[in-house]
Structure formats: structure tokens, C-alpha cells
Design a protein around this ligand. Structure first.
Ligand code: ADP
Ligand code: MG
Length: 698
């Protein structure tokens, strides 16, 4: 039988070693299998031939049938171009080439009938088609008249004449090699139950659709399969872990929790906080090891939920630990939690890189004796020298900075893994969370504590600085504080720093009566802390900064967030920054400053920001605008995306559906012995071998 996976593409006619090397390097295509799983990104209807008098410059790709009346070359050197005047009797268009002129002149003849295919544009009042596809009219086979596949290519590929057309030709050759059906990769039961097209038929039709309906069915089948195996992989892993590790059982709600709830809690819990606490309580009481992702906008009160969950652990005789991504944040959590626990006899310690010597030793030995009951810190808490006597509960704040590998390291601190609560203020759209963190359960705090005024967001062009500064002065006069943020893009760090410096000087001059502090990524930690402290204490009224303030800092008195060059920030970044204000009872403002010229995408981003404060809506919009590959968090999380046909943003419903299907299979066949599913388990194993990212999940 033909095994596509072991056949090298260089043996396909028209490929050869040199083009094969380009395909290896540019697209990671080595075998015929790799090639056949390289799917078209669009299809163009070639069933209709237009008349020249019908067309204009606004049409998409079109087809014309006619003859070349004459050739003309103009320009010299790199400006040289070839024009062919092409007519079908109803009008004339110019076909234009900037490269390969000699080849074109040799290949195409006058008075021969051709089918020309390309995108018409208007140039100097004439209709042009640049670098069209040309076939002899009598040679264009019926099978290619219909939906024609288009493949993405890179510049390097084009230089080796590997354009979409060339790939299409290779694909034709491969498809012709397939004489009998390839081994099926989904079980007969799944195919029948979900009305899926068989694999071989789907592969044929995805490249060369017989009809638009068969294309739709082919794509559906292939997307189904792609998403299904991702889900099967994650769910099987989660199930396996559940079986292997018993979780600590926190059977009771004890005195610490109750004392805190009745005596220390300074306000009523919101409905959402109560619901999430219930979800956590039922997890930690079940004997299962909890892995829960807690999502909630900045200021929604996640810290409190975390603290109360930690108290549950303490009540049941375990220690708890909370990790933050930066020292400043760890400090802030430490202060907050000490304050909330005021009057209760609980030893809480802070462990960061700067805790050294005797103090550090005291904490480490306190952890071993069990005397230290809550440890708060940075990455320092997962160092090998840190040992607990009975760690039962771990909170990870802002998990994007912690990779999957680091999460796993926590487990080695115990013979049994503690319960893990991961908190994030960058909401991840549900569809993405399912794919990325399918092994985590998800809780959502979708309600802000009462009395908060939503931040008002305003878009302002940078030419209106005067009125902007007037409002800022007014806020400062009322005792408020102001952030001014400049973008930071790694590639141009020098320029960014210059922008920040200039901005800072400018602000100092504009606001001579104010103290202005300044924070950026290139500062030494001590210096940064010092500047930060000026703002936290209220001594400085204005903070000029790059995005270092993005994560976590809590200054309730700050009521204005000005974001300079807002066009250079992503949506979720803008949302994070905006979350720095609106933490107190006063009306807060977020001002997005841009210049006049905005791209379509930027305009949309700004519109969304002005329209809504809902983090989930913003995350969904971000996913649609940018695609999941770029989404913050997906890169760092260690699970990169490599979807060949499905689209997380568009195929959310299908994803939900196949998750259900995969769940049924994992639950119904935990031992993986049911012959009905044999194909599935075999295929999953094969995929895990070839897909590095999948292996990383476990
Ligand atoms: P997050 O970590 O989700 O950004 P925090 O836990 O830091 O939010 O809470 C933000 C602020 O809201 C804190 O000052 C906290 O004390 C307060 N807060 C939390 N829960 C409530 C509540 N139910 N009612 C009133 N204020 C609350
Ligand atoms: Mg927080």
C-alpha cells in the first residue's frame, strides 16, 4: 500500500532536490503526507468567463478568454516591464509582467486563444492584470474549471518558482498516486454518527473540490478530526492524571475560614465570588486533585477568593503558598493578606530573591516545621532549597508568566501534588482556554464588587494635547494620580527609551508643580522599586512608564491612564493597562492617544476599547483580529498553535462539539480497550510522536 509518510517529495515530478530543500525549509514539508496536509487557504471560482467590457478595477480574481494583439516592453533595468494587449472583441486589457519577461515572450504567441486569470486593477485609466495565470484555451481541462485551490507561499518559494500554481501541480501528481483509499484515521462509528466524509475523499476534495458542497464536507471532516484529536489528547491526559494522583481531601470548613468570614471580611462577597468559592470547595473535598483556572477582570476580587481558599487548606492541616510574577506584586499580596488576616494567629511569610541570610533561613526552617502556614513569593518559592512540611494548596497569580514546566515543578515539592489555583486577569476566550488548558477546569468571576464606576475610555488624537493636559491638571488638583504609558517594542528599544525620556522631560515641563516619577524595563530593580514606591505612597502625582506597570500594581488613588501611541498596543494589553485605574470609588478615565493616520485594524481596536469594559468581549475580539498564534499567553504557555485547517476564532462551535465527543470516548473507554476505538488510540499515539507540542502537555 502507498505510504505517503515515507515518500520524499523530491521524487515528485517537477520537484527535485533543490525545490525540495526550499519546501523543507520554508514549510516543513518533507513527505508526500506533509504536502497533502498543506491545505489551500482559498478557492476561486473558475467556472465563469467574463467579457472584458463587463469588468472593472474593483472585481476580485476573474477569467477572460481571448488573444494577445501585441507585446510592448517599456522602461530600463529594474523598471523594465512587459505589457501584452489582450482582447476578446469586447474590449482590451493590459497584461503586465515585471519579471520573467524573456520567458513570457517565448512562451505566448499572438493569435493563439488563451484563458487568462488574475486580479484586474485600474492604472492610468486602463485595466491591468499583473502576472496573470495563462493557459491555452483548448488545454484547460474541464476538471480545473470550477473551484481552483490557492496555496500560500513565501518570497523564497516564489524565487524558486514555487508559486501557488506549482504547488497545485504537485498536488495533482500526489492525488493521482492515490489509487486505493488511504488508511482511515477516524473510527467507522465516528464517521457514521457524525456523517463525516471518508479521509481519502476528504483529502481529494479539499484540494480539488468536485462541487462547493463536497468542499464544505471535506473541510468539515478535516477540521473535525484536527480538533477532535487535540481534545482527545488533553482529556485523556487529564483523566490519566486524575487516576494517578489522589488529591488531598479538605473535608471541613474550620475555625480560620469561619473567623475570617464572620469577623475579618470587610465587605460582602459578590455573587460571583461566592459561586467560585463553592466550586473550589467542592473540588478540594472530592479527593480529586484540583487544577483550576480562575479568570476575572482586574479588580474583580480574585485575591480574596484565593485567600479564603488558602484558609480552607490551613483549616485541614495543610500549608498554602501563593506565587506572583514580580517582586512588587508579591510584596503587594503579602501586605494585603497580612492586613486582611489582622488579629488572626497565622504566620505568613514573604519569600523573594531579595530575602537573604538569617531571614531566609528562618523562613525555610519555619516551612519545614509547619510553623509558616502561608508563604507568599516569586519564582523563589519553587527553588530546590524550599521545602514544605505539608503543602496542600498553591495559588499562581497571573499565570502567563509561568510556563507549564514551572507548574509541574510545584509537584515535586510533595509526594502528592497540591491543589492548584491559577489566577489570570487576561481572560482567555472559552474556546482557546479549552484548547490550551483543556486539563484545567475554569471558573469565572464575571461581576465587579459594588460601587465601582466603570472606567470611561476616550480616544484622542495627539494634536489635542492642550485639552488633555487641562483635564489632567483638574484631576491632580482634586488629589488624584495619573499614569502616562509609552509603548515598548523590543526591536527598537533605543527609540522607545528616547520616546520615554522625551515624554518625561515634556511632562516635567508641562507640570512644574507636580512630582513626576519614571519607570522602565531597563532600570535596575532597586531603582524601579524606588520610583514605584514614590507613586504608591502618593508622593508623586504622575508616573511616566513603559508597560512594566502592566501587571498588578494597585494604586486606588490613580484615576487617569493615558496611553501614548495607543496604536502600538494590542487589545488585551490596552485592557490590562486600563485595569490599573478604576480601583477606587472615583470616576476614572483611560485616554488612548493616537495620531491621525490609523489602519483599519487599529481603528477597530480603539472602537472596541471605547465601547466596552468587558474583558471577555475584548479577548474574543482580539482573537478574531489577531488570530490565536499571537494572543498573549499562548506563546509563553508552551503550547504553540499549529492548526492546519481549523480556526479557533471561527470554529468555536465545532470545538465545543468535538470536545463533547472526545469526552464521551475518554469516559466510556477509560482502559482504552474497546475495539471500536482502536483506530483512535492508535492515531493519537502516532500524532503524539510527531507533534512535539502535544508531548509537552504531559
Ligand atoms: P483582582 O486580584 O481580581 O484584580 P483584588 O482581589 O485585588 O482584585 O480586588 C480589588 C479590590 O477590590 C481590593 O481592594 C479588594 O479588597 C476589593 N474587593 C474584593 N472583593 C470585594 C467585595 N466583594 N466587595 C467590595 N470590595 C471588594
Ligand atoms: Mg490581582
Amino acid at each position: 500500500m502507498l505510504d505517503l509518510a515515507t515518500r520524499d517529495i523530491k521524487y515528485i515530478s517537477g520537484v527535485g532536490p533543490q525545490r525540495a530543500a526550499v519546501l523543507n525549509k520554508e514549510l516543513g514539508i518533507y513527505s508526500l503526507r506533509d504536502l497533502i496536509y498543506y491545505f489551500p487557504y482559498k478557492y476561486v471560482d473558475r467556472s465563469r468567463v467574463y467579457l472584458i467590457r463587463e469588468i472593472d478595477g474593483n472585481m476580485p480574481y476573474i477569467q477572460l478568454k481571448g488573444t494577445i494583439l501585441g507585446f510592448e516592453t517599456t522602461g530600463e533595468g529594474r523598471r523594465r516591464r512587459l505589457t501584452a494587449h489582450f482582447s476578446d472583441g469586447t474590449g482590451v486589457v493590459d497584461l503586465v509582467w515585471f519579471q520573467g519577461i524573456k520567458y513570457i515572450l517565448e512562451k505566448y504567441k499572438l493569435r493563439e486563444e488563451y484563458i487568462v486569470f488574475g486580479k484586474p486593477t485600474v492604472f492610468n485609466g486602463r485595466i491591468n492584470v499583473a502576472h496573470p495565470d495563462i493557459d491555452k484555451a483548448d488545454e484547460l481541462k474541464l476538471s480545473t474549471v470550477g473551484l481552483q485551490p490557492y496555496y500560500s507561499t513565501t518570497e523564497k518559494m516564489k524565487r524558486s518558482f514555487l508559486n501557488s500554481h506549482a504547488i497545485e501541480k504537485m498536488m495533482t501528481a500526489v492525488i493521482q498516486l492515490i489509487r486505493e483509499p488511504l488508511p482511515e484515521t477516524l473510527s467507522p462509528k465516528l464517521l457514521a454518527e457524525h456523517h463525516l466524509m471518508p479521509l481519502t475523499e476528504a483529502l481529494r476534495n479539499v484540494h480539488f473540490p468536485a462541487t462547493s458542497d463536497s468542499l464544505r464536507r471535506a473541510r468539515y471532516r478535516l477540521k473535525f478530526e484536527e480538533l477532535f484529536y487535540i481534545q482527545l489528547n488533553i482529556l485523556r491526559y487529564a483523566k490519566d492524571r486524575q487516576r494517578r494522583y489522589r488529591g488531598y481531601v479538605f473535608g471541613k470548613v474550620g475555625t480560620l475560614f469561619n473567623t475570617f468570614y464572620t469577623r475579618n471580611l470587610p465587605f460582602q462577597l459578590t455573587g460571583a465570588q461566592k459561586r467560585v468559592l463553592k466550586e473550589i470547595r467542592s473540588d478540594v473535598g472530592s479527593g480529586r486533585q484540583m487544577n483550576r483556572l480562575l479568570q476575572g477582570d482586574v479588580g474583580s476580587g480574585k485575591t480574596l477568593v484565593a485567600l479564603m481558599s488558602m484558609l480552607l487548606a490551613l483549616d485541614n492541616g495543610y500549608q498554602a503558598c501563593m506565587m506572583a510574577p514580580t517582586e512588587i506584586l508579591a510584596n503587594q499580596h503579602y501586605e494585603t493578606i497580612k492586613e486582611l488576616l489582622f488579629g488572626m494567629d497565622i504566620r505568613v511569610e514573604l519569600l523573594t530573591g531579595s530575602v537573604k541570610g538569617k531571614k531566609r533561613e528562618a523562613i525555610l526552617s519555619g516551612l519545614l516545621t509547619g510553623d509558616v502556614r502561608i508563604l507568599i513569593g516569586t519564582h523563589a518559592v519553587i527553588e530546590d532549597t524550599v521545602h514544605f512540611s505539608s503543602l496542600g494548596f498553591v495559588v499562581i497569580d497571573e499565570q502567563h508568566r509561568f510556563g507549564v514546566a514551572q507548574r509541574a515543578r510545584l509537584w515535586s515539592k510533595n509526594e502528592r501534588p497540591p491543589h492548584v489555583l491559577v489566577m489570570t486577569a487576561t481572560p482567555i476566550p472559552r474556546t482557546l482556554a479549552m484548547t490550551l488548558y483543556g486539563d484545567l477546569d475554569v471558573s469565572v468571576i464575571d461581576e465587579l464588587p459594588p460601587g465601582r464606576k466603570p472606567v470611561q475610555t476616550i480616544h484622542q488624537f495627539d494634536s489635542h494635547r492642550e485639552s488633555l493636559y487641562r483635564s489632567v491638571r483638574k484631576q491632580i488638583a482634586e488629589g488624584r494620580q495619573v499614569y502616562i504609558v509609552y509603548p515598548l517594542i523590543k526591536e527598537s528599544e533605543k527609540i522607545d527609551l528616547k520616546n520615554l525620556e522625551e515624554g518625561y522631560q515634556h511632562i516635567v515641563e508641562e507640570f512644574p508643580d507636580c512630582k513626576v516619577c519614571k519607570v522602565h524595563g531597563k532600570m535596575k530593580p532597586a531603582e524601579k522599586d524606588e520610583q514605584m514606591q514614590l507613586f504608591v505612597s502618593g508622593e508623586a502625582q504622575i508616573m511616566v512608564a513603559t508597560t512594566v506597570i502592566e501587571v498588578g500594581v494597585n494604586v486606588p488613588n490613580a484615576s487617569v491612564m493615558i496611553i501614548e501611541n495607543a496604536e502600538r498596543f494590542g487589545l488585551s494589553q490596552l485592557h490590562q493597562l486600563r485595569g490599573r485605574v478604576g480601583r477606587g470609588a472615583d470616576q476614572s478615565y483611560c485616554i488612548l492617544v493616537t495620531n491621525y493616520k490609523l489602519t483599519e485594524d487599529t481603528r477597530k481596536r480603539i472602537e472596541i476599547m471605547v465601547r466596552t469594559n468587558d474583558g471577555f468581549e475584548i479577548a474574543e475580539a482580539d482573537l478574531k483580529l489577531r488570530g490565536p498564534g499571537d494572543l498573549e499567553g499562548t506563546q509563553q504557555s508552551g503550547v504553540a498553535f499549529d492548526l492546519k485547517i481549523a480556526d479557533i476564532a471561527r470554529d468555536g462551535q465545532l470545538l465545543q462539539y468535538v470536545r463533547g465527543v472526545a469526552e464521551e470516548i475518554v469516559n466510556g473507554d477509560p482502559e482504552e480497550r474497546n475495539p471500536e476505538n482502536e483506530i483512535l488510540w492508535k492515531q493519537l499515539k502516532a500524532l503524539r510522536k510527531t507533534n512535539v507540542n502535544w508531548a509537552a502537555i504531559s
